[in-house]
Design a protein around this ligand. Sequence first.
Ligand code: PRP
Ligand code: URA
Length: 209
Amino acid sequence: MNGVTVIDHPLVQHKLTIMRKKETSTASFRRLLREISTLLCYEVTRDLELTTMRIETPLEPMDAPTLEGKKLVFASILRAGNGLLEGMLDLVPAARVAHLGIYRDHETLQPVEYYFKAPEDIADRLVIVVDPMLATANSAIAAIQRLKDRGGRNIRFLCLLAAPEGIERFRAAHPDVPVFTAAVDSHLNEKGYIVPGLGDAGDRMYGTK
Ligand code: PRP
Ligand code: URA
């Protein structure tokens, strides 16, 4: 699939399987999501550009590699996005953070925005949007449009699970935004849930059902 990277690292796949199991507890689900997000973060940042800086080791000066450009922005689609955000910040603690409060209406599956806060200068930064689930893609499409309206130009989308229907719609809406996911599942059911999926990510993270 053009523009879609499936992160098939064995540790990611193993942890994802435990998360999918219906008997996995809220505490384990949250811990696994945080662990998995560091591995996903590693992959989504694999091609970041480096420059060098002059440093002195205890033995001698050297030109050592360092990340080029401004600090990254991680943009979390609330609530479930925060499960990915935490682990990503473990790995890139200096990243800036945007919060996009969006939930999907259970009847219409349309996105409803209730909060938006992002750094002013996202036009100059790589923005990595995180949400565990890409189902119909309505939420992700709306979130990324919001960031583009604020000037975002260099954007990637990272999720844990995607439905083929969602990927197709997302790529049509934002062909310039690459998608990174740990798995592409079979299909969406009549209620817009990813099958086989893992259920409602927010509810499983926070124990709200
Ligand atoms: C879930 C998920 C995505 C969205 C995906 O959030 O975290 O944001 O659904 O579905 P879509 O691709 O069909 O838009 P939800 O709306 O349940 O909100 P929550 O994170 O607050 O539970
Ligand atoms: N949101 C979820 O949390 N799970 C799904 O399967 C679809 C949307």
